[in-house]
Design a protein around this ligand. Structure first.
Ligand code: 13P
Length: 248
């Protein structure tokens, strides 16, 4: 059985003060939600303070990015040991916004995952096709390439996959449950080729305009094991409703 995994991705939102306000309001909503792994990925600047607020709770922290070198002259970058030190359990790697605006390739994603895993950080690896790739019938080619190259020479331990079709991110245009299930099933088959039966243990999250209104249907898909939530994770009550999705 794969434990459901629901993660907020705040992207470039919330100051330290706003992050603290969120967490104080959010914790009571989810304190009894023990059958879900709950993760918050705030900006780097909020990690330290949030770590002190989530002690003794069932909430874990993720960073939104990490660099692939351990230390040194890399102005502006953050290393895995720094993330561990501020209490991160996970790191998001290869988000489509990183690929699109910061030119992260599958090779860079792979290097980042390797170093993060060496430090035993859990990894949420994001993959997903653009609208033009979907319309050209290339969805499965893109997903296969991202999975195979991103996970080269990596074992399944500590790996979570997030399928985020780019056309569904921030657009209000959620994938249908049929589209989500089809993609997740395909991804699991590719994971099976790489990891063998361990693929059955890997959580595959859906991301892209997840809301309190559509989470129950999405979670009813057999290969959807959780969600990576942007906009709807910024308000405590809205994200709590997603965490406390209704089982069908
Ligand atoms: P939205 O939920 O705002 O569409 O963002 C999805 C996402 O990119 C999460 O990583």
């Amino acid at each position: 059985m794969r434990k459901p995994f629901i993660s907020a991705n705040w992207k470039m939102n919330k100051t330290v003060d706003e992050s603290v306000d969120f967490m104080k309001a959010f914790v009571p909503f989810v304190k009894d939600s023990l059958d879900v792994e709950i993760v918050i990925a705030p900006p780097f600047t909020s990690l330290f303070i949030l770590n002190s607020l989530i002690k003794d709770t069932n909430i874990r922290l993720a960073a939104q990015n990490v660099f692939y070198e351990e230390k040194g002259a890399y102005t502006g970058e953050i290393s895995p040991s720094m993330l561990i030190n501020v209490g991160c359990s996970y790191v998001i790697i290869g988000h489509s916004e990183r690929r699109q605006y910061f030119f992260e390739t599958d090779e860079i994603v792979n290097k980042k995952i390797k170093l993060a895993r060496r430090y035993e950080l859990g990894v949420i690896m994001c993959i997903g096709e653009s609208l033009s790739e979907r319309e050209a019938g290339k969805t499965f080619d893109v997903l296969k390439r991202q999975v195979v190259e991103g996970l080269k020479d990596i074992s399944s331990n500590g790996i979570v996959i997030a399928y985020e079709p780019i056309w569904a991110i921030g657009t209000g245009k959620t994938a249908t449950t049929a589209q989500a299930q089809e993609a997740h099933e395909f991804i699991r088959k590719e994971l099976q080729n790489i990891f063998g039966d361990k693929a059955q243990e890997v959580r595959i999250l859906y991301g892209g305009s997840v809301t309190p209104e559509n989470i129950d249907d999405l979670m009813a898909c057999p290969d959807v094991d959780g969600a990576l939530v942007g906009g709807a994770s910024l308000k405590p009550d809205s994200f709590a409703r997603i965490v406390n999705f209704k089982r069908r």
